[in-house]
Design a protein around this ligand. Structure first.
Ligand code: NZQ
Ligand code: ZN
Length: 385
């Protein structure tokens, strides 16, 4: 196990009806900006619950944050923050709204060109407005981590930044908020949370037994509960287990002392930036292709995953690894998330464009060994056609 520091200061308030406790978490006299997406929270009653819970707190609203949030939209919110002297940000939505809110929180306190925040992967951030969250989609883990992913629409650059300054102060997780999710987003959320675990687990053995068992527990839970959410959307226990799994998958715990891959995320980001695919869709395409390409290096962990998570009975390690890849692909497909570039109307022309973006962003040494070059990425993308 590698050395590590672990610190996670986000307070989690979990359970049905907990939005009502919101006002306890907002400082007295705060001027709050409620941020949200394309309007789902105004149709499913979540906006009313939030505003009722805020009571006499002074609040403003900023809606229209798109999925894969745009830098350009965030900048408009920064103007509103300054005009209305906002001092607390309240994100109500999924990963896109939370990520946008983190960026707005940092950009509102940043004197220079706000794109510096992204260009320095967050290094330029020295201060931010406090952020609180009401989560409505179980997927990204953004509600309990310091990461944000923002897209500059003008240049089709989708990039992330990290800063402790934007880690949410609190997040309210009411599983009932996820009852209204469309099946496509249920599928995306299951794939995303599942892949977050895989990125930190299917690498190479690090003798991190606690982390491995945590990972296997989360994977088994998501495999069991994910399909149920599609067939029984208002099953509270199913939603609760999926929501907590998604948060635990990317809150730093699994990353302690272990190698991380993240190639599927970084190549996938380019697919979203260029062609607008959903984040979960890009991961479902990339994971089977990366594993097939890297089977030899990943074999030991693929075997562990195949035996412990999928209970594969074969004895030949290569067969176990191949079956584990196929079962993972089938699981994604069973959640309604297709696993090939061609399923989304993309062909080999996309490969050169993705590779050019990887080079432009200097993502030229990906994976847990830092050995996936843009040329390797091209080979992997061929396998994903
Ligand atoms: O915009 P509204 O109208 O709210 O609709 C949203 C959106 O269309 C809808 N939705 C959300 N909650 C709903 C709902 N519809 C009905 N009922 C509800 N309760 O779902 C659609 C997708 O929402 P979005 O927030 O985009 O989804 P998700 O949570 O999957 O977030 C994806 C974004 O997060 C980034 C991704 O790259 C992508 O930009 N990620 C952030 C990470 C992080 N901060 O740590 C890590 C991830 O790997 C990921 O990269
Ligand atoms: Zn993800």
């Amino acid at each position: 196990m590698n050395n590590f520091n672990f610190w996670n200061s986000t307070k989690i308030i979990f359970g049905a009806g907990e939005i009502a406790s919101l006002s306890n978490e907002i400082p007295a006299g705060a001027r709050v900006l409620i941020t949200y997406g394309g309007g789902s929270i105004k149709k499913n009653g979540i906006f009313e619950q939030v505003t009722a819970a805020l009571g006499h707190v002074t609040w403003f609203e900023f809606g229209g944050i798109e999925a894969n949030p745009h830098f350009e939209t965030c900048i408009k919110a920064v103007d509103l923050v300054k005009t209305e002297q906002i001092d607390f940000m309240l994100a109500v939505g999924g990963g896109s709204v939370i990520d946008a809110t983190k960026f707005i929180a940092a950009a509102s306190k940043y004197a220079g060109d706000p794109w510096d925040i992204i260009a320095t992967f967050g290094g330029a951030v020295t201060d931010a407005l406090p952020v609180g969250c009401v989560l409505t989609l179980a997927a990204t883990g953004s509600e309990m981590n310091p990461t944000s992913v923002v897209t500059r629409a003008e240049t089709q650059d989708k990039l992330f930044f990290n800063s402790e300054h934007v880690r949410p102060k609190f997040s309210i997780l009411d599983p009932k908020t996820t009852y209204s999710l469309p099946p496509r987003q249920v599928g995306n959320g299951v794939v995303d949370s599942f892949v977050h675990v895989l990125e930190q687990y299917v690498t190479f053995p690090a003798n991190a037994r606690v982390q491995d068992r945590f990972a296997e527990g989360l994977l088994a839970t998501i495999i069991e509960e994910g399909p149920k959410a599609l067939h029984d959307p208002e099953n509270y226990d199913v939603r609760a287990n999926l929501m907590w799994s998604a948060t635990m998958a990317l809150n730093g715990l699994l990353a302690t002392g272990t190698p991380g891959d993240w190639a599927s995320h970084l190549i996938g980001q380019e697919l979203t930036g260029l062609y607008g695919l959903d984040h979960g869709q890009t991961l479902a395409i990339m994971i089977p292709a990366i594993w097939t390409y890297k089977l030899e290096q990943k074999r030991e962990k693929l075997v562990q995953y195949g035996q412990r998570v999928w209970h594969i009975q074969e004895t030949d390690p290569n067969l176990i690894a191949q079956q584990a890849i196929e079962l993972t692909r089938e699981f994604f497909e069973s959640m309604g998330v297709k696993t090939r570039l061609t399923d989304y109307g993309l062909d080999e022309k996309a490969i050169a464009e993705v590779v050019a973006k990887l080079k432009e962003h200097q993502f030229v040494a990906l994976g847990e060994h830092g050995d996936i070059t843009p040329e390797d990425a091209a080979e992997i993308l061929k396998l994903a056609l």
